[in-house]
Design a protein around this ligand. Structure first.
Ligand SMILES: *Cc1c(COP(=O)(O)O)cnc(C)c1O
Length: 224
């Protein structure tokens, strides 16, 4: 049952992403390893988790060729637990956090890929950089202070709203910032390749507005 349910969801989502060339990141938070294994069997190797405590046992239990993405707020004191293996930290919401990721990556002898999480929603609860702040920070070349991280794009969350015009405007703004930052690329340090925006409720709009990666949990695995 669960098997064919997940497979059908994956297929229909992939069909709707195809015209846009966007990649699906299945978000596995709250779902058990047996459910993740279904998507793994379908060929998926990247999964998103939002909490370190939940990610660690899943990392231990599942095949090591999985590339894990951290997508939720990350406390600086937890970076050390994921630094040895994390594939991409999408939720870098402050320079202080980036500095700690850099420090832990150095200790592990790795370069850790990161996305800067940009605050685009008109909601108080979302973490992230202000768009102007990111632009100034990049123009000033501040990213060069961190030798063990590579900034490969931006992540954003639009307002949780039924006002699709608002959601679209927020996503359009993020896309414009993403395009502006492309002009400041320095290979291996900062290179805007990934624009992570869109979730189960708004991925269609995200694709239309140029997302390269959509993060989807409930539309793949069911309600949490
Ligand atoms: C849970 C989560 C998602 C996926 O949400 P769904 O509504 O289940 O698709 C996407 N991004 C972040 C940051 C999340 O925490």
């Amino acid at each position: 049952m669960a098997d064919s349910y997940v497979r059908k969801n994956l297929q229909s989502i992939e069909n709707s992403l195809k015209p846009y060339g966007a990649q699906l990141l299945p978000v596995t938070k709250t779902f058990g390893t047996e459910v993740i294994a279904l998507a793994y069997a379908e060929g998926y190797r990247c999964f998103g988790e939002n909490r370190v405590q939940e990610l660690l046992p899943k990392y231990e239990a599942l095949p090591k060729d999985i590339e894990w993405h951290l997508i939720g707020h990350l406390q600086s004191n937890k970076v050390k637990y994921i630094a040895p293996f994390i594939g991409l930290i999408q939720s870098v919401d402050s320079e202080k956090l980036l500095a700690e990721i850099d420090r832990q990556a150095n200790r592990c002898g790795r370069t850790i890929r990161c996305l800067l999480q940009v605050y685009i929603a008109r909601e108080e609860t979302k973490f992230g950089w202000a768009p102007e702040e990111v632009l100034e920070w990049v123009k000033a070349g501040k990213f060069r202070n961190y030798a063990h991280v590579e900034i490969t794009g931006l992540m954003g969350m639009a307002s949780n709203s039924s006002d699709t015009d608002l959601v679209r405007a927020e996503m359009k703004g993020l896309r414009q910032l993403f395009d502006q930052l492309k002009n400041h690329a320095e290979p291996g340090k900062l290179d805007m390749k990934t624009l992570s925006m869109g979730m189960s409720s708004d991925y269609q709009i995200a694709c239309e507005e140029g997302a390269t990666l959509v993060r989807m949990g409930s539309a793949v695995f069911g309600q949490r």
